[in-house]
Design a protein around this ligand. Structure first.
Ligand code: ADP
Ligand code: MG
Length: 365
């Protein structure tokens, strides 16, 4: 079992922050994804948890014990930090058994654990092969098996699928998630790919510029982003963000034809959050924009992408803001067509344009 706790953990290289003071509790058996663009501090965070990198200040607790200044091997938790490359000159079986032999396990134990992981990953037919003869996906499965066979209490994985091509990444991400469910080892998984994070995480820690932006379940960061960074970073394309002026219970966009009447539930929180200022950012996901000839909002078709199952319309709402609306697969318009649309009133979000923070609506009971 493994719980991991970060208390005000920070890391500076010289006077540059790699990780700003961070609080995070990872529960036993949880799959937590650290997500953010390159350079935001994900790897550094993972290395501090493992003990490979010393913290600048703060405390790290494993199963409630302060291990901040403990050596990696003395943290009372078996980690697998990464899937290391396979040894090319020995068979798959020998590769997988290697960590157990290194721990001087009995032949009986080795055989039992090997059988277990080999069945779990469906790689029995590969046991006598050498790694060089395997496809990329099979190599990754064998590397996973070699990690699992040690039965660590926690996995720390730093972009393990980064080198694989898109198809294989999708397959492997489903397999890692399935294995996690079967074995329930606490996992901290680093990626810059928000699709991977959404698909795999029980919770996602969204980071940017050395700072945690939001911690939440995938649906939470997707539907209720804490700020403009998260709104834009999560989703492909990200949340539509339209600047406007909030006055008389409506958001007035640049471009005369667009005035969005705000529902009663939003008026009080908006008035409180904006405290006198008029500028606001209205947000909605591409699937929450609804084409409607009588819609409150207007724009011009800028581009149309066919995706097979759906169509993505790029709409220019004024000179500068392009938004995206996801429509059914039959929808098509010529470039330059004028169209009107609405936003699903349940799915509209607002942000304070000065602080970049989300305005929160009271949840009615
Ligand atoms: N050993 C180091 N010395 C100096 N700067 C470092 C070192 N390791 C990382 N950094 C810096 O810390 C920041 C965070 O890096 P990193 O944790 O690797 O980001 P990520 O994994 O999110 O891409 C970056 O600006 C990086 O250049
Ligand atoms: Mg990294």
């Amino acid at each position: 079992m493994a719980t991991i706790e970060l208390r005000q953990v920070e890391k500076k290289f010289g006077d540059q922050y790699a990780v700003k003071p961070m609080d995070l509790t990872i529960h036993d058996g949880e799959f937590v994804v650290l997500l953010g663009p390159s350079g935001c501090g994900k790897t550094t965070t993972l290395r501090m948890i493992s003990g490979l990198e010393a913290v600048t200040t703060g405390h790290i607790l494993l199963n409630g014990r302060d291990v901040t200044w403990r050596h990696p091997s003395d943290r009372d938790i078996a980690f697998v930090f990464q899937f290391y490359a396979l040894y090319p000159h020995i068979t798959v079986r020998e590769n997988i058994a290697f960590p157990l032999q290194a721990q001087h396990e009995s032949n009986e134990t080795i055989q039992k654990r090997l059988d277990e992981v080999v069945d779990l990953l469906k790689i029995r037919h590969l046991l006598t092969t050498r790694p060089g003869k395997l496809s990329g996906g099979d190599q990754q499965r064998v590397a996973l098996a070699r990690a699992l066979v040690r039965r660590p209490a926690a996995f720390l994985m730093d972009e393990p699928l980064g080198a694989l091509d898109a198809d294989l990444r999708e397959t492997m991400r489903a397999e890692i998630k399935r294995l996690h469910i079967a074995q329930h080892a606490t996992t901290v998984y680093v990626t810059h790919d928000q699709i991977e994070a959404m698909a795999m995480g029980d919770r996602i820690v969204v980071m940017s510029a050395a700072e945690v932006q939001q911690v939440g379940a995938p649906a939470e960061v997707y539907y209720n982003p804490a700020n403009l960074f998260v709104a834009n970073f999560i989703g492909s394309p990200g949340m539509n963000l339209l600047k406007g002026r909030y006055a008389d219970g409506a958001v007035h966009m640049k471009g005369a034809a667009s005035t969005y009447p705000v529902s009663a539930a939003w008026r009080k929180p908006l008035a409180e959050a904006l405290t006198g200022q008029e500028e606001v950012v209205m947000g909605f996901r591409p699937e929450s924009g609804l084409l409607n000839p009588q819609g409150a909002l207007a724009g011009e078709v800028y581009a149309v992408d066919m995706h097979g199952g759906y169509t993505l319309l790029h709409i220019n709402t004024n000179e500068s803001d392009i938004i995206h609306i996801r429509s059914d697969r039959q929808t098509t318009y010529p470039i330059g067509a004028q169209i009107r649309f609405d936003v699903d009133p349940q799915m509209v979000r607002f942000f304070n344009s000065k602080t970049a923070k989300a305005v929160r609506r009271e949840v009615s009971a």
